[in-house]
Design a protein around this ligand. Sequence first.
Ligand code: FAD
Length: 421
Amino acid sequence: MRIIVIGAGVLGVTSAWYLARDGHDVTVVERASRPGEETSFANGGMLHASHAEPWNAPGVVWQLLRWLGREDSPLLLRPGQIPRLAGWGLGFLRNSTRKRFEQHTAVNASLAVYSLGLLRDLRRETGIRYDEAGNGILKVFHEHEAMDKALHASHLMAPLGVRHSVLDPRQTVALEPALEEARHQLVGGIYYPDDESGDARLFTERLAALAADRGVDFRYATAVEQLRLDGGRFQAVETSSGPLPADACVLAAGNDARRLAGRAGVRLPIYPVKGYSVTLPLQGWSNPPAIPVIDDARKVVLTVLGDRVRLAGTAEFAGYDSSLQTRRAATVLRQAAGLFPSLGEHADGCEPAYWAGLRPMTVDGPPILGASPVPGLYLNAGPGHLGWTFACGCSHVVADVIAGRDPAIAMDGLEQRRFQR
Ligand SMILES: Cc1cc2nc3c(=O)[nH]c(=O)nc-3n(C[C@H](O)[C@H](O)[C@H](O)COP(=O)(O)OP(=O)(O)OC[C@H]3O[C@@H](n4cnc5c(N)ncnc54)[C@H](O)[C@@H]3O)c2cc1C
């Protein structure tokens, strides 16, 4: 089959890879001049099935109100955005009941565990390197209540294959000695041994090169303006360089998926949630952790990627504005330096690279995968804060659906039709 993939982010490139492996004739259309230039560019680098909970946890509404308009908060809702959030925002809150949160956590966890298994297979099959590390991930806590909540989620995910061990402060520091400088702050940690880390952009770029070797045609600097349907069926994509007809199309356009699908009459309730990252050279920092660390209270993650350190965090409801606000970026660095004081000193002596990106977040948490109401149009969209973790799983599932195979995981809660009820 001739298939067009829209977008060369981590989801689009993994889609192209699996589709080409199935023997399809694949063209990837990307508006940037190379792969991985948008949200997959400088994310937190965490491959964490352990972090599968959607962000609309019970109680999120109080947290949002508490931090409303506060520029230094980890979760920022600008009052001016409230009217624009309208339908999506109400849906986001509606999905924050305990029952739905637990259902969506389970859907995400199954997908994430499946995805990490596929990533390991892909590594074995191709030898791809992306500053990866398989040291697990350590979540640290400053309050017992927060740790209890995380333990509840970890217990939910354990039967789905997310192993964890609970650590007191002494055990936490014994596992990761770099946390000695924060020992007095901690009430404990949870270690997830099967999680991994790696640079999503390096992976995307290198997998795109491998896919091109396999015959995938990458058309860069080409924007898709709209999808053309004929008799309600997908027929072609209209691009800045003219129409490209195909038998099928996989929409992996990150934050533009909603607009493109919407113009074809397919509703994708996805909203961009802004985040920041900071990248510093590793050399010169006296105390880097060997294990990637998530500070639950500060909502910041820290991981070593090859010879660099990547910090990421903050969630901001600011519409499609992906501009870099120095103050918000500095918040990420300050939060990380709260846990690792020596990192603050290190940052003063080097030039950190700041980046802002938009997480394509669905209203309920899980991504939107597989068939759409338009025959020939398939969806690989809305991975939110977990797109790097989910990438191989999402894209394999979509390739399965196109091939008419049963995906290895249940599709309940992942398909677009959940929004048609
Ligand atoms: C601060 C931050 C930290 C994060 N940390 C993590 C983490 O630690 N672990 C994790 O699992 N996830 C993390 N994420 C989430 C993850 O980065 C995203 O979910 C993932 O990168 C999304 O990939 P994508 O391929 O869907 O989108 P993108 O990478 O945005 O790719 C979409 C591509 O489509 C192209 N495109 C869009 N519209 C068009 C069009 N009309 N025509 C042609 N091309 C088009 C874009 O140019 C882009 O290249 C983080 C995100 C942020 C912002």
